[in-house]
Design a protein around this ligand. Structure first.
Ligand code: BG6
Length: 502
């Protein structure tokens, strides 16, 4: 990662500092950036949330968070202490206007003492219902502008979920747009910060040989899978309001689809890249309400075994209703109606408590136009398959047919494989490191634009509407530790294809 310079120095104000995201992702990422010397100097974090805490208490909580969640541990107490000095805490309710006059003063004092200049980065890591009041309060307090005469820049990162349907996303976009200009707003989708996800574009456009094949003439279909073995863990209450379609497809998986389907941008800059993604969204065929059952399948896990261990059903999880019809599995068939992709279906699926933790993009190529070896009926050449493995076992493989050594003509599929760990060594940086760095630099290429988020909700609205109701007796419809409901097989098999078993 290219280190930030003093010009990028900033005060990072995290709202929701006592929450899960700060502990699991944000502070461990900042620590790793600090120890990798990519954070700007000076730099300061002000954690804000309702719990009463001193700076020291906040630091010691964050020390534990780093011990539990960071990739690299502090080499010594001295190194940790240097980082800990950048962590400050300010208690108060972000939704309450009374917090802000004090915060404005405190921030100005800290900026003065630490010499961070006027750059400010706000991070909304609170429960999503607080985003609208929080953004309004920032505006009322004048915190949407840099301090007078500082020449600084103010930016705001908004965590997902960005709304829970089209109407709420539009309303949130409106509030945000009434306080900040679009260039100040960074809507985060952490999948875009993953190395393997960024590599999709490098693979496509830093290599000359694949792009000519990347279209309807050669590609039969695309499968995008994000499988998780975990259940909803402690997030039952959140998940009841969300479900797999909202939680994973509306954001992460549609972003992946855009990266696979988009045209090359003129340059790798925020606007050209995001313009191309928007064009993909525009090309996706809208789902007619009457078609929902044909192109979308939902599922919910019941009890079962995952990796040999007993797992309870979704309805037994904490915070979940015993009659819940929330989807913990969602599969979708989409068509991208443009010159490049017409007639190439994109199959998307995701689920909790599946058989395997695996995220991948599989591009299935068409069979050869004519089978030269057809005189021998035993000879079946499998069409080529390219698999981009997002996680775990990050890498990619291309399968092709080879002659099995021996006197007979027999063909066997073999693989060319690239593995990140082997090729580059070490572990790649966490998605949040890259995304925080980009926001500090003012590079929004890997962030979602407002219109994109809107379009994603709009696309899924008919499915969300249809799934808002359902016959509770039909769930659970898949056992924990399997590949999802049987219905999902029908979704793909009626087109003559099959899901991969990664
Ligand atoms: C989050 C979802 O956005 O992504 C979670 O809310 C999910 O439900 C997580 O588990 C998956 O992220 P990752 O990086 O572990 O694939």
């Amino acid at each position: 990662m290219t280190p930030l310079t003093a010009e990028d120095s900033c005060a990072l104000v995290i709202f929701g500092a006592s929450g899960d995201l700060t502990k699991r992702k944000l502070v461990p990422a900042l620590w790793q950036m600090f120890q990798g010397r990519v954070l700007p100097d000076p730099f300061v974090v002000i954690g804000v949330s309702r719990s009463e805490m001193t700076n020291e208490e906040f630091r010691s909580r964050m020390r534990e968070a780093v011990a539990e969640f960071a990739r690299v541990q502090p080499a010594s107490q001295k190194v940790w202490d240097r980082f800990a000095q950048t962590l400050l805490y300010y208690s108060g309710d972000p939704a309450n206007p009374a917090l802000y006059p004090g915060l404005v003063e405190y921030l100005a004092r800290v900026e003065q003492e630490r010499g961070t200049g006027g750059n400010r980065l706000f991070y909304c890591a609170t429960p999503p219902s607080l985003y609208p009041p929080l953004v309004r309060r920032l505006g009322e307090a004048g915190l949407n502008r840099p301090p007078e005469g500082s020449g600084g820049v103010v930016r705001i990162i908004i965590e997902k979920p960005f709304g829970r349907d089209l109407a709420s996303a539009r309303a949130l976009n409106q509030v945000v747009a009434s306080v900040f200009s679009e260039e100040q707003v960074y809507r985060i989708d952490h999948y875009l910060g993953k190395e393997t996800v960024q590599n999709v574009l490098v693979f496509r456009w830093a290599n000359g040989i694949f792009e000519p094949l990347w279209n309807r003439n050669h590609v039969d279909h695309v499968q995008i899978t994000v499988g998780e073995t975990i259940g909803v863990e402690a997030r039952g209450a959140y998940y009841e309001e969300s479900g797999a379609l909202r939680d994973m497809i509306q954001n992460h998986i549609l972003q992946l689809l855009c990266l696979v389907a988009m045209e090359p941008p003129v340059t790798f800059d925020a606007d050209p890249v995001r313009d191309e993604k928007t064009k993909v969204m525009r090309a996706i065929r809208p789902i007619a309400p009457a078609e929902v059952d044909r192109v979308a399948v939902r599922g919910q896990y019941g009890p079962g075994f995952v990796a040999g261990r007993r797992a309870v059903g979704y309805r037994e999880e904490k915070g979940v209703s015993a009659e819940s019809i929330t989807d913990t599995y969602a599969a979708l068939r989409l068509e991208v109606d443009n010159w490049r992709w017409a007639g190439v279906p994109f199959f998307l699926r995701t689920g909790k408590r599946l058989a395997k933790r695996t995220s991948e993009i599989a591009v299935q190529f068409k069979p050869t136009p004519h089978l030269v070896f057809q005189r021998n009926p035993e000879i079946l050449a499998e069409p080529n398959l390219l698999v981009l493995r997002i996680q775990p076992d990050e890498g990619m493989s291309l399968s092709f047919a080879a002659k099995l050594p021996g006197p007979d003509l027999k063909i066997k599929p073999v693989e060319m494989d690239f593995n990140y760990g082997q090729a580059f060594g070490g572990e790649p940086p966490e998605a949040y490191e890259r995304l925080l760095l980009d926001a500090m630099k003012g590079d929004a290429t890997l962030y979602a634009r407002g219109e994109w988020v809107d379009m994603a909700w709009e696309l899924l609205a008919p499915v969300l509407d249809a799934w808002a109701v359902g016959d509770a007796t039909k769930f659970p419809n898949y056992e924990a530790g399997t590949w999802g409901p049987a219905e999902a097989e029908r979704l793909i098999e009626e087109s003559g294809r099959r899901w991969r078993r990664p």
